[in-house]
Write a protein that binds this ligand. Structure first.
Ligand SMILES: *[C@@H]1O[C@H](CO)[C@@H](O)[C@H](O)[C@H]1NC(C)=O
Ligand SMILES: *[C@@H]1O[C@H](CO)[C@@H](O)[C@H](O)[C@H]1NC(C)=O
Ligand SMILES: *[C@@H]1O[C@H](CO)[C@@H](O)[C@H](O)[C@H]1NC(C)=O
Length: 432
């Protein structure tokens, strides 16, 4: 008698738990039932299913962080001369995440160089104003501090390098220390399209067989631990619908040591640098063809000048291939939104769009309150800044989309909770 009662109580407990947990789990897991490109993509190591296997282009994405000095701009232009082109004869793409000051404020960005590179077709993103230390600052920074650092830097770039803020869509946090919900809430509010700060991938090369590289994804569902794998790791825990993440899949040196930032892997000659990059390329190329991200600090080229020769040889090898595309990070994300096969890319328009229009002088700038006169006045004035440039921060359509998808996620959550409630009510009445 007592035993039966106990069993039925245990059964009741299990059923109620299942009723509550299953809808909850559904709301937490990303599924292609409710997350489809272009606005949403679940984290995955598989190529978009719409692509025919065997005709998937391999994207290679170079990005550089920190301040842009004339010397660094010279490195970039040696690596990416105008004649370095993709299979459709358009220039290879590069992304620069620019900070105003360097580490410990030793060097500052030369905005005339940034402007020149932007006009050559480089994508410009932000890396912060100050790059301040300690590194943990970026873990703990408040929402307001993220606004000042990132929107402030976007403002400086628009003012001094005359880049329309709407063209500055990407962000990387200094020292790869993500700022959790504060960082991503700021990004959603201030119309950033993507982040590229979250480190993922196994730390042992052998494990890459079972855990291949992750494709870019959206943060409609908070990332699981393996997707935001850096200590101490202030990872976002709220959903940020429509915000893209270009993940930093770990690379491996020729000796098998892991690194998230390409220049943390040691090389000892130009040839070794080439073999190191080639090895990581082949893992992507012969696997699922997730975009290969190469994240480099330009100090790599200063420390050892053979690295420049190694990267140069690698780039020439890449651009000699008919199914490899060296593109900007924003282009890689556009491709994720609307994946195209290699043949489709080859057939697509030859409009290369390497000369973005100059900033209009008369539009209004709605981020003027974030202007930091101290930082700005200490930076030398370039000819480009003599006219006060003003422009709109971003297109309103973009913001609307964020709100739409956030509402959608909230209403889905509401229905799941309602379902769970009705379910437990039913169980209660049936059994008791
Ligand atoms: C590289 O640096 C070494 C000395 O550090 C110098 O002798 C050599 O000429 C440099 N090579 C190039 C290609 O700049
Ligand atoms: C690229 O480098 C690899 C490895 O050294 C070599 O086998 C291949 O032929 C090269 N491809 C091109 C197009 O240069
Ligand atoms: C900016 O000026 C140009 C010509 O000077 C004009 O055609 C355009 O309408 C102006 N834009 C705004 C937003 O006022």
């Amino acid at each position: 008698m007592a035993k039966t009662e106990l069993t039925s109580r245990a059964a009741l407990f299990v059923i109620v738990w299942a009723c509550l947990a299953v809808p909850g789990a559904q709301a937490e897991l990303c599924s292609e039932l409710n997350c489809m490109p272009p606005h949403c993509r679940c984290p995955s190591t598989q190529a978009p299913f719409s692509l025919p296997p065997g005709d998937i282009p391999q994207l290679v994405v170079f990005s550089f962080d920190g301040p842009v000095t004339p010397k660094y701009a010279d490195f970039y232009q040696r690596l990416f001369p105008v004649g370095l082109v993709n299979p459709n004869k358009c220039s290879a793409g590069v992304t620069l995440f620019v900070s105003n000051a360097g580490e410990e404020g030793r060097i500052r960005t030369d905005y005339a160089s940034v402007q020149k590179l932007y006009r050559l077709g480089y994508e410009i993103g932000v890396n912060s104003m100050s790059m301040k230390r300690p590194e943990m600052f970026w873990n703990d920074a408040t929402y307001e501090e993220y606004v000042t650092e990132m929107v402030g830097q976007r403002y400086l770039l628009s003012l001094k390098a005359r880049i329309p803020p709407s063209q500055i869509r990407g962000l990387r946090v200094p020292y790869l220390q993500p700022g959790g919900n504060n960082q991503f809430r700021m990004m959603a509010d201030k119309n950033f399209m993507y982040d590229s700060s979250l480190v993922t991938g196994p730390v042992s090369e052998d494990a890459t067989e079972n855990q291949p590289a992750v494709f870019p994804y959206t943060l409609d569902v908070p990332p699981e631990k393996y997707l935001c794998d850096i200590a101490p790791g202030n990872c976002p825990t709220d959903p940020f619908p429509g915000i893209w993440e270009f993940p930093l899949n770990r690379l491996f040196s020729t000796h098998g040591a892991p690194c998230a930032v390409a220049d943390d892997c040691q090389t000892n000659s130009a040839d070794d640098t080439f073999r190191y990059l080639m090895k990581n390329f082949l893992r992507h190329y012969k696997g699922q063809r997730a975009p290969l991200g190469l994240f480099i600090r330009p100090t790599w080229f200063e420390k050892n000048n053979y690295t420049l020769a190694g990267v140069d040889a690698f780039l020439k090898n890449m651009t000699a291939r008919k199914d490899v595309w060296v593109v900007t990070m924003a282009q890689a994300i556009e491709w994720m939104k609307a994946p195209k096969s290699n043949s489709q890319l080859l057939m697509a328009s030859k409009d290369c769009n390497v000369n973005p229009p100059l900033l209009a002088n008369n539009a209004t700038l709605d981020i003027i309150d974030l202007y930091d006169p101290e930082v700005t006045s200490s930076t030398s004035t370039t000819p480009a800044t003599t006219k006060q440039g003003k422009t709109t921060a971003s297109s309103p359509a973009h913001g609307d989309r964020h709100i739409d998808s956030r509402n959608r996620a909230n209403s889905e959550m509401f229905y799941f909770k309602l379902l769970a409630f009705i379910c437990s009510l039913l169980v209660y009445h049936l059994i008791l």
